[in-house]
Design a protein around this ligand. Structure first.
Ligand code: NAI
Length: 244
């Protein structure tokens, strides 16, 4: 089965918990060696241990450009080739526009957009040299616009545009880039929502359940595989049909 990932080396950011952990586990289950990145080093190590298959965990702030460049260079040196990059690390700092602080704006743009650029530039340059690569960036259905999320929606909209541009730029080098937009997925990010908002979101989902990290992970694994060799520049929502 070509959706298997034996012999592939993958970086997954924000994989200490939630959707990122689900992605790391799914890629590992399909045979990839996973380099697990998270701000929380212990969580990264725990995910790596669960992955097995030569996985290792690294503490890294993805919004620190120097740290990202150093990390990617050292991983290329250690592993020879990085085949898959999944930019998943993300934060939200929701507030209505009139109450949003500079700090809320800057922190979300730094982690959710600039960091994606840093990793895509560092790993994409390497993939270009090797004429092979699969980049999957985790955006959000909120990229279309959402109340209380001007910062988050702007960052995720930026991720979509960045991904489509990379897809155009690197297609001739056999590097694909796609964006996945999770809808409403059960993680610490969503479980911290007020109950009323949580139930209101649930009511909008035709498939009548909240999504699970594995629902997103299986789609990411497909896009990371050679089954998706002819798919690039796409923006795929994984949301139980809530945009219908
Ligand atoms: P989460 O909050 O459960 O996990 C995020 C992980 O990223 C954590 O382990 C955290 O330590 C790590 N992280 C945060 N800032 C970091 C930094 N500067 N450097 C390195 N690691 C950092 O989040 P969740 O729900 O798993 O979300 C994952 C991705 O999916 C995010 O990009 C989020 O925006 C996106 N998403 C999630 C949805 C959901 O319903 N849960 C819906 C739409 C998008």
């Amino acid at each position: 089965m070509s959706s298997q990932l034996q012999g592939k080396c993958a970086i997954v950011t924000g994989a200490g918990r939630g959707i990122g952990r689900g992605i790391a586990l799914e890629l590992a289950q399909r045979g990839a060696q996973v380099l697990v990145v998270d701000m929380d080093g212990e969580a990264a190590a725990a995910t790596a241990e669960q992955c097995g298959g030569g996985a290792s965990g690294y503490q890294l702030d993805v919004s620190d450009v120097h740290a990202v460049n150093e990390f990617v260079a050292s991983m290329i040196e250690a592993h020879g080739q990085i085949h898959i990059l999944v930019n998943n690390a993300g934060i939200n700092r929701d507030a209505m526009l009139h109450k949003m602080t500079d700090e809320q704006w800057d922190s979300v743009l730094a982690v959710d957009l600039s960091a994606v650029f840093y990793f895509c530039r560092a790993v994409g340059t390497h993939m270009r040299e090797h004429s092979y690569g699969r980049i999957v960036n985790i955006a959000s259905a909120s990229w279309m616009g959402n109340i209380g999320q001007t910062n988050y929606a702007a960052a995720k909209g930026g991720v979509v545009s960045l991904t489509r541009s990379i897809a155009k730029e690197l297609a001739f080098k056999n590097v694909t880039a796609n964006a996945v937009c999770p809808g409403f997925i059960e993680t610490e990010m969503t479980l911290s929502m007020p109950e009323e908002a949580f139930n209101a979101m649930l009511a909008k989902i035709p498939l009548r359940r909240i999504g699970h990290p594995e629902d997103v992970a299986r789609v990411v694994a497909f896009l990371s595989s050679d089954d998706a060799a002819y798919v690039t520049g796409e923006v795929l929502t994984v949301g139980g049909g809530f945009r219908l």
